[in-house]
Design a protein around this ligand. Structure first.
Ligand code: HEM
Length: 132
């Protein structure tokens, strides 16, 4: 991921930061459409869950240009999901759900270049969700 791509992701995220609650809402709508069985995995307070998701996305976006911190965040994400035994199918669903949620919130602002940059950012992090 080059500096230009990182900038695309950070700039588009800055534009939706105030709407990050919408992003989380749309993320779970798309995740549960693609993976209905995931709904039953969530035991806690879902309002809090959405806040934790956006906090995690925020710290990934902020640290895209800091590989060591991003690695630490990846380890944390892996630990938080380890008990779920997620595989590549779930990681793929998460990637697609996040892109679809970005499309819902950004509309036409999600131009192909920005979408491509987000896809590479997500690829760097999504692998940590799986144990395989
Ligand atoms: C973009 C990808 C994802 C991100 C950034 C993400 C982020 C998070 C975060 C920050 C937490 C909170 C951990 C804590 O309690 O401190 C969490 C918990 C959780 N995540 Fe994810 N997650 C992602 C994908 C997924 C996927 C694909 C699934 C299921 C198929 C999933 C299922 C869960 C469950 C079940 C919990 C625990 C909730 C509970 O205990 O009620 N996550 N996730």
């Amino acid at each position: 991921m080059g500096p230009q791509e990182i900038q695309h992701v950070q700039q588009s995220f800055a534009g939706i930061f105030a709407r990050k609650a919408d992003l989380a809402e749309r993320f779970y709508v798309h995740l549960f459409t693609r993976l209905p069985e995931a709904r039953g995995m969530f035991r806690g307070n879902f309002v809090k869950q959405k806040t934790m998701l956006t906090a995690m996305i925020t710290s990934c976006v902020r640290n895209l240009d800091d590989p060591r911190t991003l690695e630490d965040i990846g380890v944390q994400l892996a630990q938080e999901h380890a008990h779920l035994d997620l595989g590549p199918r779930e990681a793929e669903a998460a990637k697609r759900a996040l892109i679809a949620a970005l499309r819902d919130v950004l509309g036409a602002e999600l131009d192909p270049e920005t979408e491509f940059a987000w896809a590479s950012a997500i690829n760097r992090v999504a692998g940590t969700l799986t144990r395989h």
